[in-house]
Design a binder for this molecule. Structure first.
Ligand SMILES: *Cc1c(COP(=O)(O)O)cnc(C)c1O
Length: 371
């Protein structure tokens, strides 16, 4: 029997870029796949499954309530719809039909108005909201956030992410304080973050996670927070949520993945360093290339290999290395965010030692093919 790769003529991929949507994010553990398979194999009273899996997750995390959704983007859209509709049955069913004369502006720091693969603002619009930016590209204080609040504000939105501007930005706790002072809910998009309890504790009313990133579940998302708000998010399954529905397999898979995530020690940064050390030594034997360990810019316990390309000596730029590695077979995807500075990064979490050797060979060949 041909493999899926052969059957559809797909290139095998070495994922040295981290949890990337364009590559399929992550590869869940066997027990998570079993939960997905069980879900696919059985029927449930879906409302009961949604309520009870959510309550189970909420108990695990010591939060008021939770609900599994189809992805974090859907979580943003449904959270925005929830704070606009607020349980009104007419608005639930006619969200986009016409203007409802209720608050629908979502205030966020300008430096948080990012494109995470799709724009935050598009998800807000899907939920019936419009973005209002506070502060400037490089700064937003609590006072600047508060100054953007008006009579039409429905909620504050905080994007906790490495994609955002980090300097001179208010903290989640400060945003929660501003929200409280104005009697508004705070929604936190923590899609790729690792701490499933922190933002709820810091005072957010709704917190959104991506199911397949840190949690390594199936394609799914998690929304948790205050009971009333989570209830309003759940009601969206009879509104815009229907266009982004999650199946029984996703609900059971993510619930199991959260349980596993909480019980499993993550691979430590030190273990990542041990894994990449022979790789770094090998790369440093290539002329024109220097490699070293660098630590995650957002402060997580993640070590990566930074590879600097000396363009003068090699005759090619790091940007060309990124595309040549992607064009190879297998396709090698590294982190190219800093390729313009002549550097790429290798995230080793989803890469085994054999694949690291393949990456090293591919980099060595880049030079030879140029000569
Ligand atoms: C990945 C990401 C999302 C989207 O998550 P999906 O589950 O892929 O929809 C949203 N916001 C941020 C900050 C992200 O990093």
């Amino acid at each position: 029997m041909p493999s899926v790769y052969e059957k559809y003529a797909l290139k095998p991929v070495i994922n040295a870029s981290g949890r990337m949507t364009i590559l399929g994010v992550s590869t869940p553990a066997p027990e998570v796949r079993e939960a997905v398979a069980f879900g696919l194999d059985h029927y449930f009273e879906l409302k009961d499954l949604v309520d009870k899996s959510g309550a189970y997750i909420a108990r695990l995390l010591d939060v008021e309530d939770a609900v599994v959704v189809s992805c974090a983007s859907a979580g943003i859209a449904q959270s925005v719809a929830a704070v606009i509709v607020r349980g009104d049955p007419y608005r639930l069913e006619h969200l986009h039909a016409h203007d409802h004369g209720v608050p629908s502006e979502i205030v966020l720091a300008k430096g948080h108005n990012v494109n995470f693969g799709a724009p935050v603002g598009t998800m807000v619009n899907l939920g019936g909201g419009t973005l209002v930016e506070a502060g400037y590209a490089n700064e937003c204080s609590p006072a600047q956030l508060a100054a953007a609040i008006g009579p039409n504000t429905a909620a504050l939105l905080y994007i906790k992410s490495h994609h955002c501007v980090q300097k001179s930005m208010l903290s989640v706790a400060e945003a929660a304080e501003v929200a409280r002072a104005h009697g508004l809910p705070l929604i936190v998009d923590a899609a790729a973050e690792e701490d499933l309890r922190l933002y709820d504790r810091l005072g957010a009313d709704l917190v959104i996670y991506s199911g397949a990133k840190a949690i390594e579940g199936p394609t799914s998302g998690l929304v948790l927070g205050k009971r009333q708000y989570v209830e309003w998010v759940k009601q969206q399954s009879g509104g815009i949520g229907r266009a982004m529905k999650v199946g029984k397999e996703g609900i059971l898979g993510l619930t199991r993945a959260i349980e596993r995530y909480l019980a499993t020690e993550p691979e430590s940064g030190a273990a990542m360093v041990a894994k990449m050390t022979p790789f770094i030594e090998g790369l440093n034997r290539l002329s024109g290339i220097s490699a070293r360990v660098v630590w995650d810019g957002a402060g997580r316990d993640i070590a990566r290999t930074e590879i600097a390309f000396d363009e003068q000596q090699l005759g090619y730029h790091a940007r060309e290395a990124v595309s040549a590695l992607q064009a190879g077979n297998p396709a090698i995807y590294c982190r190219g965010y800093r390729a313009n500075e002549g550097k790429i990064e290798i995230d080793v979490r989803s890469v085994n030692p054999d694949q690291l050797a393949q990456i090293q060979d591919a980099i060595a060949r880049l030079g030879q093919e140029k000569r």
